[in-house]
Structures are given as C-alpha cells and as structure tokens.
Design a protein around this ligand. Structure first.
Ligand SMILES: Nc1ncnc2c1ncn2[C@@H]1O[C@H](COP(=O)(O)OP(=O)(O)O)[C@@H](O)[C@H]1O
Ligand SMILES: [Mg+2]
Length: 202
C-alpha cells in the first residue's frame, strides 16, 4: 500500500482550505487533516500584555492529537478511511491515482512542527500580500471573533515570526502565489501531485 503525504501550508486566508478541498474532491482515496481542528480551548490560550489571545503559535494547538491522527492514517490508510465512512476505491480501477493513498495535511503552522514536517513528501506554502491577507481575514468570522487590532497586533507579527522560523528549519518548500485564481492554483498543484503519484506506481 503506497502513501503520499502532501502539506498545504501558508498564511491565514492564503487559500489552503480551498485548495485542499479541491484536491480531495479530484483525487480518489485522499483525506484531509486540517490543523484548525486542533486548537486548544479558548480558556487555556494565554493573553499577551496587549490583551491579545496567543492563537498563532504551536502552543495553542493540540499537536500531539494531530500527530496521532496522522500516524493512524500512515499505519493503515484503508482502515482509517473506512472508519470515517469513506469507502476505498479499489485498485483494479482504471485511474492510476487510485493506487496511492493521499493525505493532505493543511494548516498555517504545519512545517514548524518537526514531527509533522518529517512525514511530508511534498510541501506547498500559499502566500498573499499583507493588504490582501488583512482584507480576506476581515471578511471572515472566526470563533472566537478577531477583536479590534488583532490582525496587526497578533496575526501579522506572528506570521512573520513563524515564517522566519520555518525558513530556518525546512527546505524544499514550493511557494504558491495565492493571488492566482482558485482554478489556476488547483490545476498546477493537481498536476504536480498526480505526476508524483504516477511516478510512485511506475
Ligand atoms: N485563489 C483565490 N483567489 C481569491 N480568493 C480566494 C482564493 N483562494 C481562496 N480564496 C478566498 O479567500 C478566503 C480564504 O480562503 P481559505 O481557503 O479558507 O483560506 P485558508 O484556509 O488559507 O485560511 C475565502 O473567502 C476564499 O473563498
Ligand atoms: Mg483554512
């Protein structure tokens, strides 16, 4: 049973979830594990001296639980999918993609967590400029909602810090221009991933 783990990282509102869902829809036997599902309860996330909740750090996430999910998928992807009601497409089918199980790991801090970074076969990072990021973020409703000044007081400075840290730790990340259309981004990553799958099955 062959497996491929693709990381879709990037800044908040870069388009990670949109791209990940697109890939999942197009590629049989794929599954998404999203980092956003692993935030700790609000009550345990500390506040800084300006009153901003410190969400954009690994400490705010149950990375141990996320790793447990990833390892469970790696151990036996077919059973993992079956347990979640996703029936496996049988390998006798014509599509070559069906012969490889694909895990899409998506999130804003996936490469900064070494054990997670280590299991990835391919790494993408979606980036958009400050003003576009701020604008996209302001039109979303988060739980809990962003308080006034949160973007400039926490989100952006933490993005810069996390990004610098990532660049010091990880190489071989493919940067994606999140200003490109959803369709264009999807087409290029789909092409890249399916080429890799075809290479794997020879
Ligand atoms: N390529 C794109 N071009 C324009 N808008 C996009 C693009 N990708 C995503 N969006 C929009 O940006 C917002 C954030 O997208 P999302 O995929 O949820 O980002 P992330 O998961 O990185 O936070 C959504 O409103 C989405 O529709
Ligand atoms: Mg998202």
């Amino acid at each position: 049973m062959k497996t491929l783990v693709v990381g879709i990282g990037g800044m908040t509102n870069g388009g990670k979830s949109t791209l990940s869902r697109g890939l999942h829809q197009q590629i049989p036997n794929s599954f998404i594990i999203a980092q956003d599902a692993f935030f700790k309860d609000d009550s345990v996330v500390p506040v800084d001296s300006n009153g901003f909740k410190q969400y954009d750090t690994l400490d705010a996430l149950h990375m141990d639980k996320m790793m447990t999910e990833v390892k469970s998928w790696l151990r036996d992807p077919a059973s993992f999918l079956a347990q979640r009601g996703q029936t496996e497409k049988k390998h006798t089918a014509t599509s070559v993609e069906e012969k490889v199980f694909l895990l899409i790991v998506e999130g804003f801090l996936i490469f900064n967590f070494r054990p997670l970074n280590e299991v990835m076969d391919k790494r993408y990072f979606m980036e958009i400029p400050y003003d576009v990021c701020k604008e996209r973020r302001s039109s979303r409703v988060y739980t809990p909602p962003d308080p006034p000044g949160y973007f400039d007081g926490h989100v952006w400075p933490m993005y810069l810090k996390n990004r610098r840290e990532m660049e010091g730790m990880v190489s071989g990340i493919v940067l994606l221009d999140g200003l490109k259309s959803k369709k264009e981004l999807m087409a290029s990553v789909f092409e890249d991933v399916t080429t890799e799958i075809k290479r794997m099955i020879g």
